[in-house]
Design a protein around this ligand. Structure first.
Ligand code: ZN
Length: 287
């Protein structure tokens, strides 16, 4: 059964929550109330496999302890944050670039993670700040040399991501995209993680809005390399581990693709929403 999980920051302690119609269940407190062992963080839930999911399914029934605190990034403590560039046909077209023959890979670091509702600081000295709505796959099991056919069995769940980008760092300073992409808070994820059992990542509506105005509106079926093909390709070259995240690329409609005289980069006070069918909406604002 599909579950929506999240993490809450309780005065600096990050705990696992289950999103239910009644509210967000405080997993450690609910487990203590019932006298059962349960994962206390998302990473523990991922590493706990089917047994952990069974306990969480139990705890979601008639819960009495609900989480208070601020939202935390839905996954923390994983080893890698991997990102695929130019992975939607219409986005490659708006960038005037040919379709890549293999997945274009870059990464972010954990300083970039941000939660739903966070306010991200736009660093002074740069101006070309851009949004990128992305489906994020979270790896559930160690994964090496898997085929595309079996790759989705290694996914724990999916969340929404915003691959925030600093285009003046990405293109003007060097050919390396890393610096542009891993400023503090430049990888918002959330608002929850949906477990993989109910999700088909290959045909989901994905969109973004800036200050309420629709900017990106596509489907994951426009991806050049599917989530399964990406996992298979990466796993041929290095191991993927539980808690690793893969940002799977963004559809057309980012500011970088707009004509020169219509560019309207993100600025302090702006609000960006990233929505994916079956997951929800990730909110980020800027200062
Ligand atoms: Zn991206």
């Amino acid at each position: 059964m599909a579950m929506k999980l999240t993490q809450i920051n309780q005065n600096g302690r990050i705990i696992l929550g289950i999103v239910t119609e009644l509210g967000i269940v405080d997993v450690p407190a609910e487990a203590e109330r019932r006298g059962v062992a349960a994962p206390e963080t998302m990473l523990e839930a991922i590493e706990g496999g089917d047994a952990a999911l069974a306990v969480l399914t139990e705890l979601a029934q008639a819960p009495e302890r609900f989480a208070e605190g601020e939202k935390a990034p839905v996954v923390t403590g994983g080893e890698k944050i991997l990102c695929i560039g130019l992975n939607y046909r219409q986005h490659a077209k708006e960038c005037n670039l040919p379709l890549p023959p293999a997945p274009v890979l870059f990464n972010k670091f954990s300083n970039a993670l941000a939660a739903d509702g966070d306010v991200v600081t736009l660093m002074p000295g740069y101006v070309e700040y851009d949004y990128e709505a992305e489906l994020v796959a979270v790896i559930g099991k160690p994964c090496r040399n898997v085929s595309a056919e079996e790759a989705l069995d290694y996914v724990f769940g999916y969340t929404c991501g915003n691959d925030l980008s600093t285009r003046d760092l990405q293109f003007a300073r060097s050919n390396q995209w890393l610096l542009s992409k891993t400023l503090d808070g430049f990888a918002p994820i959330g608002p929850c993680l949906v477990t993989a059992d109910s999700m088909d990542p290959n045909d989901l509506a994905i969109s973004s809005k800036v200050n309420g105005e629709l900017r990106q509106n596509s489907r994951t079926s426009d991806m050049i390399f599917s989530t399964a093909e990406i996992i298979a390709d990466l796993s041929r070259h290095f191991p993927l581990m539980p808690g690793d995240m893969i940002f799977t690329g963004t559809p057309q409609g980012v500011m970088h693709g707009y004509p020169k005289d219509q560019k309207n980069w993100l600025k302090p006070g702006d609000k960006v929403e990233v929505s994916i069918e079956g997951i929800g909406t990730l909110h980020t604002s800027f200062r």
